[in-house]
Design a protein around this ligand. Structure first.
Ligand SMILES: C[S@@+](CC[C@H](N)C(=O)[O-])C[C@H]1O[C@@H](n2cnc3c(N)ncnc32)[C@H](O)[C@@H]1O
Length: 335
């Protein structure tokens, strides 16, 4: 029993090492090298200017973690997992998400105890930028950081955007606006699934300008503004995906009230979030995401009942929650 218990504790304690193996291999281009054909550690080290010793140790660890497959001749190939999610340019690549986690999120998590002690964002400690007034001033503290954050978030929707948007049939909503929709990947999916609807994205001016510069979303229009202060466009359906989890309850209700006022009669709001199980005890993935929200934003993940109550305070009712499977759930409330 003691041996087993020790093993469990050490596996938990060393969890960060496994994350770092993944992050380092991604950053150093190991999976991209393996995608060009079977390769050995010396070749990767030579090509990328790495130490042969370190590269060998890193690739061995990757193989043990299921991220590379080691051949009998010392060569390595990608596994199905790394081919799908870790190679640049793969349709399901989560490269930007992982690089963001490896950089900013990892640094913020280094201050988890401080975050719990103080109950607030740890941006100031982690990167030297205060996030008290507006978490997004810190999240978007440089152009590179804004770009990595936004591109990372978009990657999720290649995986589950269609599922989330078909959980409820949205075809009856003629005008759909994705509020806080970032660079428009989810909106683009909505435009593809519901060709009879006009789809737009409303986000901060800098995010919109960058999305337009990068040629985002055919079939989607963009509008820049502040969803707490600017005039919102009228719509039949507002989508709020991973927005409420950034904010405290009072700000969420304020935003939902603004959306309700801008909704056309018969309109609705589609909330897309990772919803905690009733009572809030799980799933683990969502509880950990909630701690990330503590460290990087003013929000947290919530149960369906908590979303229902906030929506009701904003005058939105007929709450329905559906879990399509996968990382995100869909909830609909009506004006
Ligand atoms: C966590 S991200 C979610 C992005 C996107 N909905 C998704 O799920 O991929 C939150 C989004 O809210 C936007 N946002 C934050 N504060 C905002 C504000 N005051 N007005 C408009 N958009 C804002 C951010 O720029 C960002 O795109």
């Amino acid at each position: 029993m003691a041996d087993r218990g020790f093993g469990v504790v050490m596996e938990l304690a060393q969890g960060f090492m496994a994350s770092q193996v993944l992050f380092a291999a991604l950053e150093l281009g190991v999976f991209d090298a393996a995608a060009r054909g079977p390769t050995d550690a010396d070749a990767v080290a030579r090509e990328s200017g790495l130490s042969p010793r370190g590269t060998r140790l890193l690739m061995d660890a990757c193989a043990r973690l299921g991220l590379l497959r080691a051949g009998p001749d010392g060569s390595f190939t990608n596994t199905a997992l790394s081919s799908a999610f870790l190679v640049s340019g793969s349709p399901l690549s989560q490269r930007c998400t992982l690089l963001y986690l490896a950089g900013t999120t990892y640094r913020c998590w280094g201050h988890l105890a401080d975050g719990v002690r103080e109950g607030r964002s740890q941006y100031a400690r982690a990167v030297g930028v205060a996030a008290e007034d507006d978490p997004f001033a810190a999240i978007y503290r440089t152009e590179a950081e804004r770009s990595l954050f936004t591109r990372g978030l978009q990657e999720t929707w290649s995986l589950c955007g269609g599922r989330v948007l078909t959980t409820f049939d949205l075809a009856a909503f003629g005008v759909i606006c994705d509020v806080g929709g970032g660079a428009g990947a989810l909106a683009q999916e909505a435009a593809r699934l519901y060709p009879g609807s006009a789809v737009s994205v409303f986000d901060l001016p800098d995010v919109v300008a960058a999305a337009q510069e990068e040629g985002a979303g055919p079939g989607v229009s963009f509008l820049g503004g502040d969803f707490f202060r600017s005039r919102l466009p009228r719509a039949d359906l507002f989508v709020l995906a991973r927005v409420l989890h950034d904010w405290g309850d009072a700000d969420c209700v304020r935003l939902l009230r603004r959306l309700r006022r801008a909704l056309r009669p018969g309109g609705a709001v589609l909330l897309v979030e990772a919803v905690l199980t009733p009572g809030g005890a799980g799933p683990l993935r969502t509880l950990l995401l909630s701690l990330t929200m503590l460290l990087q934003t003013r929000g947290r993940e919530r149960t369906g009942a908590e979303y229902r109550d906030m929506a009701a305070r904003a005058g939105l009712d007929r709450f329905r929650l559906r879990r399509p499977g996968g990382p995100y759930d869909a909830m609909m409330v009506r004006r």
